[in-house]
Every structure is written in C-alpha cells, then in structure tokens.
Design a protein around this ligand. Structure first.
Ligand SMILES: [Zn+2]
Length: 104
C-alpha cells in the first residue's frame, strides 16, 4: 500500500510555485489554483480575469515569479516562466506551445 502510494506520488506533476498541489502535465510548469489566486499584474494589483476567463492580465507575478496565462474558452491556465520572456508569444515559442489566438 505505502509503496504503491510512493510510486504514484512520483508520477504526479506538482505546482511550480508551491511544489505541493498536483497539477496537469499537459502544459509546462502549471501553477495550481491556490497559488494562482495570489497573482499580481504589472501594476502590482491582483491579477484580473475577464468574463468567462477568456481574457485577462499577462504576465502575472506569483511569489515574485513571472508567470504567463493562456486564456481560452472555459478559463485559463497559469504557467511559471523560467526564461523571463518579454511577451506571451516568446513564452509560447520557447515552451513549444501553440501561439494564443489574437482575437478569440
Ligand atoms: Zn501551488
């Protein structure tokens, strides 16, 4: 029981900020929802999200670390930026992500 639990733990991708909460592995360095609520924008205000989560601030800063959000239908995903990218396009390129649509 305990050994299988330990093996499973190693398979789980954890939040890039707190290192605790399990997150999806479909995108690089995902930030969990709890850490995401601590995000600030460029103006040092709590990061805002538009109606439906389809647009909002970018980049955002969590624990003084730069992160980028990919907004889309049904919400958004926040990812830690370890390359200090200048914009979302560069972040997507360096992380081999599909560039976000200009107008959604
Ligand atoms: Zn977290």
């Amino acid at each position: 029981m305990s050994s299988s639990l330990a093996r499973n733990r190693d398979d789980i991708t954890r939040c890039s900020i707190c290192g605790k909460a399990p997150v999806g592995a479909e995108l690089p360095r995902i930030v969990c929802r709890r850490c995401d609520t601590l995000a600030f924008n460029d103006a040092a205000h709590p990061a805002a999200v538009g109606p439906g989560g389809e647009s909002g601030d970018n980049p955002v800063y969590i624990d003084a670390k730069q992160c980028w959000r990919i907004y889309g239908l049904g919400g958004y995903v926040t990812m830690l930026d370890v390359n200090n990218c200048r914009d979302l396009e560069e972040f997507c390129r360096l992380n081999k992500l599909a560039p976000p649509p200009e107008n959604f």
